[in-house]
Write a protein that binds this ligand. Structure first.
Ligand code: L14
Length: 348
């Protein structure tokens, strides 16, 4: 391990993910020589405290990245598209938490527990996968490695914080308005940029991100395509249905898989997952032990439970996978990538 300290920038520092990035950098005691907090013009001027010091958030411009060695981006796809190449031009490595570069074949898409070695092929930008994809990858990789994987069918139960601080506010205000019998007008969810908006309080909305021509949403296609890329399995059969629930933070997933080799018992899968990196097994039906969104908030691990053998197929399994979408789904995975870059001596 080197003992160097690094010049770090966080782009989108005032956002839901940016705030968790700062908290995570602090907690992990990432070796920081200097820290720049950047944002859109709108949030510039805000002050944020980090390790007891006050920082003023500056508007991100190409020149902001002079002297920066590692930049964590989470300010939306268009900011990443324009500014990430500018940061790289100035010598920084970018860890990008948007969908801007994830499917670019020249850019590694990394979950450190799964494909850390892909970092070695980077050209300046590293993509952080979608939150729902990340937690599923951590749980499935040990099973893929030992038993092979043929098919994955996932349905998600996603929290609103992935859509940002304004979406959280909308859910809370709506809940209050409904309980008080007041009128309200949905303005953000399911997707800020789409034509219609629907009630999220006391509801379940089967749309996350925009619809694609094939009838799947972009969030569903992200899960499908990113899974194949991270596992290096273009032939893997994957289907996804992504649903938004009125939960502030913590994504849950009902996942059905078919393994290549059949016959593993539930006890064997439990033992495997309990001893795999980044996973906490919570699976004891007799004592009503299973993962829940409300319990995962603030924790870095992926929680797995409800593991059952399919009743009709001896290579089919069902499970419930839960994680904090702002941490392992975003901020922690990004900081973990930064730690991996240091460990692999890829950060100059
Ligand atoms: O692809 O609305 O990084 O919850 C993650 C969360 C996009 C939208 C991504 C949401 C996103 C999303």
């Amino acid at each position: 391990m080197t003992t160097a300290n690094y010049h770090v920038a966080v782009v989108g520092a005032t956002g839901a993910v940016g705030q968790q990035m700062l908290k995570t950098l602090e907690e992990r005691d990432f070796p920081i020589a200097s820290l720049k907090l950047l944002s859109s013009k709108r949030s510039a001027g805000t002050t944020i405290s980090f390790k007891g010091e006050e920082y003023t958030v500056e508007e991100a411009t190409p020149e902001s990245f002079e002297g920066v060695q590692i930049a964590l981006f989470s300010a939306g796809g268009s900011v990443s598209k324009t500014l990430a190449p500018e940061a790289v031009k100035r010598g920084a490595i970018v860890v990008d938490n948007t969908s801007a570069f994830r499917m670019d074949p020249t850019i590694p898409l990394v979950v450190p527990e799964v494909n850390e070695e892909d970092l070695r092929n980077h050209n300046g930008i590293i993509a952080n996968p979608n939150c729902s994809t990340i937690q599923m990858m951590v749980a499935l990789e040990p099973i893929r490695e030992k038993y092979g994987l043929k098919k994955v069918i996932v349905s998600t139960y996603q929290a609103v914080s992935g859509a940002g601080l304004e979406a959280i506010e909308e859910m809370k205000q709506q809940t209050k308005d409904i309980l008080e019998g007041k009128d309200f007008t949905p303005e953000i969810l399911p997707v800020g940029g789409d034509k219609k908006h629907y009630q999220i309080a006391f509801n379940a909305i089967p749309q996350i991100d925009l619809f694609q021509e094939n009838g799947y949403t972009f969030e569903e296609m992200k899960m499908i395509n990113e899974t194949k890329k991270i596992l290096h399995m273009p032939e893997l059969e994957v289907a996804a249905t992504c649903v938004r629930l009125p939960i502030e933070t913590g994504h849950s997933e009902s996942v059905y898989i078919e393994t290549e080799k059949g016959g593993a018992t539930v006890a064997e899968l439990k033992e495997l997952l309990a001893t795999s990196p980044g996973i906490t097994l919570q699976d004891d039906p007799e004592n009503q032990v299973y993962p829940m969104a409300s319990e995962c908030v603030g924790k870095n691990d992926v929680f797995v439970g409800r593991i059952r053998r399919d009743l009709d197929r001896d290579n089919g399994y069902h499970m419930w996978i839960v994680s904090d979408n702002l941490l392992k789904g975003a901020a922690w995975n990004s900081v973990q990538i930064a730690e991996s870059l240091v460990k692999l001596e890829l950060l100059k």
